[in-house]
Design a binder for this molecule. Structure first.
Ligand SMILES: *Cc1c(COP(=O)(O)O)cnc(C)c1O
Length: 403
């Protein structure tokens, strides 16, 4: 097979694909563990994992075999029929979380859309037809669909697409007084990320989560945790809210759940699930046997205590090593497990571009934060490699910034 030239592929993309993405200037060809290899054979150490998706890295033998076996059996049948992988995955998700039931969908945004519908139906079933308001927070990211983007208060994402879903109120993240001022009789649901990802790696304090739980209980509102990015072992516990001791009524999961195949899941209590009846929500593709077979492998592996301990250990080492870098450009290192942000005093774009030169795959979270969300199988030696290269990049950055 002839290997297509990088320039040809980039030209095809720029000619035929709608230009909504700013892509890195190379063409990825394959991967191995925590490394990605481009069409020119250049090897990159991956600190992005397809945006916090590829928890088991690339070429995992068990995941690959499970997908191959499932694909040779059934890829898709729709939800008109029962299949074993979907039922088994639902059981696993319930047994490893606060939840009693699961609804499957195909992405993070779709999971949040569904969560909004479930929450509103909870109120509707009680006859509270005006209790429709959704409270979200500054810095949040919940997805790009019209409902999810309405809960994502950023002008660039919202303004050109108005009117969005109405009846949304934004309160200040980690500010309980601000939340208390807006949560009330008309609040159907409160949604937040226990650790904000796209917003720059900001953790909700346990007090904030506890306060929101109490406000939701007081006003009969549904508490939704969006763990699309921070869930599934990313922070060193299976679910990011676990250390706080606060449980939601609904949790949304997606990114890493099927090891790179598209999936979303809405985990919920029986009280929420019982508000929805046959035919009131659905999806053609959701929970298909191929993706749910893959997800069983990922969930089984990621939920093992030794795996989670590895995430905590390497995550703590990453934070420690990043904090040791001596550079006037570094403002703060923060995060938990393998969800870490390095905030700089300057725009991080030149760092990410220099990273590509140095064989590092990096991504930002907002203008000033480099976000580290690697495959969860990353090792300390990879942290050392990252820190060496990053130190070099940061020490030469003033030139890069002026170039
Ligand atoms: C990525 C993300 C989403 C959206 O997921 P998609 O699969 O891109 O629709 C929602 N919430 C959070 C916290 C995310 O990080």
């Amino acid at each position: 097979m002839e290997i297509p030239l990088t320039a040809d592929i980039i030209e095809l993309e720029q000619t035929y694909v709608a230009q909504t993405y700013k892509r890195a200037p190379f063409v990825l060809s394959h991967g191995e563990g925590v490394h990605l290899i481009d069409a020119d054979g250049k090897v990159y150490l991956d600190w992005v994992a397809g945006i916090a998706v590829n928890a088991l890295g690339y070429g995992d033998a068990e995941l690959t075999h499970a997908i191959q076996r499932a694909a040779a059996g059934l890829i898709h049948v729709s939800n008109l029929y029962h299949t074993a992988p979907q039922a088994r995955l639902a059981q696993m998700l319930v047994e490893t979380s606060f939840a009693d039931r699961v609804f499957f969908c195909n992405s993070g945004a779709e999971a949040n859309e569904g969560a909004i519908k479930f929450a509103r139906k909870v109120q509707y079933e009680k006859g509270l037809v005006d209790k429709t308001q959704i409270v979200c927070f500054t810095g949040a990211f919940h997805g790009r669909t019209i409902g999810a983007v309405a809960l994502t208060p950023r002008e660039k994402y919202q303004k050109p697409f108005q009117p969005l879903m109405p009846d949304v109120i934004v309160a200040d993240f980690n500010d309980l007084d601000s939340a208390r001022a807006v949560i009330g009789a008309r609040t159907a649901a409160v949604i937040l990320e226990p650790i904000q990802g796209e917003g720059g790696i900001h953790a909700a304090t346990p007090e904030f989560l506890r306060g929101l739980r109490a406000l939701c209980d007081q006003h009969g509102a549904v508490l939704i945790f969006d763990e699309v990015q921070c869930g599934m072992g990313r922070t060193g516990t299976l679910w990011a809210h676990e250390p706080s001791g606060v449980t939601p009524d609904i949790l949304t999961a997606a990114k890493p759940l099927a090891g790179g195949l598209p999936i979303g899941a809405i985990l919920m209590t029986e009280a929420v699930a019982s508000a929805m009846h046959l035919g009131e929500h659905g999806s053609t593709f959701a929970g298909g046997p191929l993706v749910t077979s893959a997800a069983q492998v990922v969930l089984r592996r990621v939920s093992q205590p030794a795996f989670l301990a590895h995430v905590r250990e390497v995550g703590a080492y990453l934070i420690e090593r990043l904090a040791e870098i001596s550079s006037p450009l570094i403002k703060e290192v923060r995060g938990r497990g393998l969800m870490v942000g390095l905030e700089l005093t300057v725009d991080v774009t030149p760092v990410i571009e220099a990273g590509y030169q140095q064989g590092l795959i990096l991504v930002n979270a907002g203008p000033n934060v480099i976000r580290f969300v690697p495959p969860l199988i990353v090792q300390k030696l990879h942290v050392d490699e990252l820190v060496t290269r990053l130190t070099t990049i940061l020490s030469t950055l003033p030139e890069a910034a002026h170039a």
